[in-house]
Design a protein around this ligand. Structure first.
Ligand code: ZN
Length: 114
């Protein structure tokens, strides 16, 4: 297979994988899963005596501000999977755009020669 044909097969596979992720309709989460310890604010709660509430949260930066979504334990795996989908989509888009920029460079060079 010629290098360019091999390349476009790889790019095509990237497109299909990205479509597959999006088409599945499964959640895509940006950010990171963090373990938190916090006080709820109630002065009569055990946390006021130092027994902090602990759990998992999704931390995401939106326009420079950190937003936190507290997550019940039973949703932690689902959130982790959504974060992995986001990571994979980002990598795929990066790979696709690099390949497309390379193609553009080739086409621009070809047009200049005319
Ligand atoms: Zn508390």
């Amino acid at each position: 297979m010629a290098p360019s044909a091999k390349e476009s097969t790889a790019t095509r596979r990237g497109h299909l994988k990205a479509i597959e992720i999006i088409q599945s309709g499964q959640p895509v989460y940006r950010g990171s899963l963090i373990r938190y310890s916090r006080r709820c604010g109630s002065p009569r709660c055990k946390c006021a005596q130092g027994q902090l509430h602990q759990g998992w949260a999704l931390s995401v930066s939106v326009k420079g501000k950190t937003q936190v979504v507290y997550i019940p334990d039973e949703l932690r795996r689902e959130v982790a999977a959504g974060l992995r989908r986001h990571e994979e989509l980002s990598k795929l888009i990066e790979r696709i755009s690099k390949a497309d920029a390379k193609k553009l460079r080739t086409r621009a060079r070809r047009n200049k020669k005319r």
